[in-house]
Design a protein around this ligand. Structure first.
Ligand code: G3I
Length: 381
């Protein structure tokens, strides 16, 4: 009862604050990456996983976000925890919150071959095909007009599966083969004429065979396949979960982004954060290194005008998905990952400054009278 009352209070606070422009104090306190990004023609946002309940400061951090991304609420595991049984409560709650905050919502994601509910395992091909179509038909119309964008397909590639074209194995590949992403885009576009439809992929930034070096050409081929089939594809999301223990060639990544942009879709840096597991314990050193990584990465990515959306995967180290992974892998360790622009006490870090610098550096590239940022590929609502 108290939790619900608390939720309502925070919701009304958010709505009231948004209406009364009282977000300014929060933006003054926390900084405003959203405003700097906007001057650079970029829609800045962040994934929201944990609810706002009870953490008003965390809600304040989001005052600078111009976009909310669902971290898990719109995934099949959350929407359909049991076969044929839908529970829209988490998704509806986030959609309501985004509306109260007057911020566009990107629903992530219609289909992913990982993190699916257990009931999907072992289904026949025919049943998987039914579930696939029924899921789109059930979910997309429900949120038409309420979501700015869908990550329609998440991570279609995984070269380690050994499938032709580097496709990842999983329920949807088993159902429809390499055409499953195209089917998803065709069906989603028929059900929601206005939401931006995005293809989201991981690892593209890594300079390694079997990961980025294999996935990048595969992704370009898939974008061409979808577009040549006449299906609507508004943007390609590059997750950008940077990892300090992986090899990078930002110039090469920048060239890939430019080639992706030639296809006419927007390019979205969709899940930016930095895994610092392999770095020294010293937080000052870690933050310096991760900040430098992010600044180099963004400078190369933002050199392409079509990059019109940057979202971090959360805003504070306090609520990062990496925290749980670290604790699982380092039981008893008092160290915590520092993947995001704000630390666990919501203080800005060098990553914040790196992002600010990259946005400020890009701003002059954006001609004053240019069309709305990202109009080519839907970066902005
Ligand atoms: O589904 C339940 C929900 O019903 C319940 O109310 C809620 C509250 O406890 O928990 C939900 O469970 C967990 C959810 O996170 C919320 O914490 C799921 O069991 C857990 O699997 C889920 O993990 C998410 C993971 O994707 C799998 O969906 C992480 O938060 C999220 O950060 C991570 O994000 C992925 C992107 O989707 C794709 N790119 C990689 C990225 C990191 O793995």
């Amino acid at each position: 009862m108290r939790r619900e009352a608390n939720r309502r209070r925070v919701l009304s606070l958010m709505a009231g604050a948004a209406a009364a422009g009282a977000l300014e104090p929060a933006r003054a306190a926390f900084g405003d990456l959203g405003a700097m990004a906007q001057k650079a023609g970029v829609l800045f946002g962040a994934a929201l996983g944990s609810p706002y309940d009870g953490d008003r400061d965390y809600a304040g951090l989001f005052s600078q976000a111009r976009l909310i991304v669902s971290e898990w609420q719109f995934k099949l595991a959350s929407l359909a925890p049991d076969d044929g049984v839908y529970d829209f409560s988490n998704a509806d709650r986030l959609a309501t919150l985004a509306m109260a905050m007057r911020k566009p919502l990107k629903a992530h994601c219609l289909f992913w071959q990982a993190a699916n509910p257990a009931w999907l395992k072992g289904l026949s091909t025919a049943r998987l095909r039914y579930v696939f179509d029924a899921h789109i038909d059930r979910v997309v119309p429900r949120y038409a007009g309420k979501v700015f964008a869908w990550d329609v397909v998440n991570e279609p590639f995984w070269p380690a599966s050994g499938l032709p074209g580097g496709f990842g194995d999983g329920p949807w590949y088993q159902a429809f083969g390499p055409d499953w992403p195209l089917r998803a885009f065709q069906r989603a576009a028929a059900l929601d004429k206005t939401a931006k439809l995005a293809l989201n992929e991981a690892e593209c930034d890594i300079n390694q065979d079997g990961l980025g070096n294999t996935i990048r050409p595969a992704l370009l081929r898939l974008v061409d396949t979808i577009r040549q089939a006449g299906a609507r594809l508004d943007a390609v999301g590059l997750e950008s979960h940077l990892d300090m223990s992986q090899p990078y060639d930002d110039a090469m990544f920048g060239d890939f982004v430019a080639r992706l942009a030639e296809r006419g879709a927007g390019v979205w840096i969709s899940e930016l954060d930095v895994r610092d597991f392999g770095l020294p314990d010293d937080t000052g050193e870690r933050d310096r290194l991760t900040g430098a990584r992010v600044e180099s990465f963004l400078n190369h990515a933002l050199a392409t005008r079509a990059v019109n959306q940057v979202a971090t995967w959360g805003l504070s180290d306090k609520y990062s998905w990496l925290d749980e992974i670290w604790r699982r892998e380092h039981a008893g360790s008092t160290r915590r990952p520092r993947p995001l622009p704000y630390d666990r006490d919501f203080k800005r870090k060098p990553m914040w400054s790196a992002m600010a610098s990259a946005f400020v550096k890009r701003a002059p590239l954006v001609k004053a009278n240019s069309a709305k940022p990202g109009s080519a590929g839907g970066g902005h609502p």
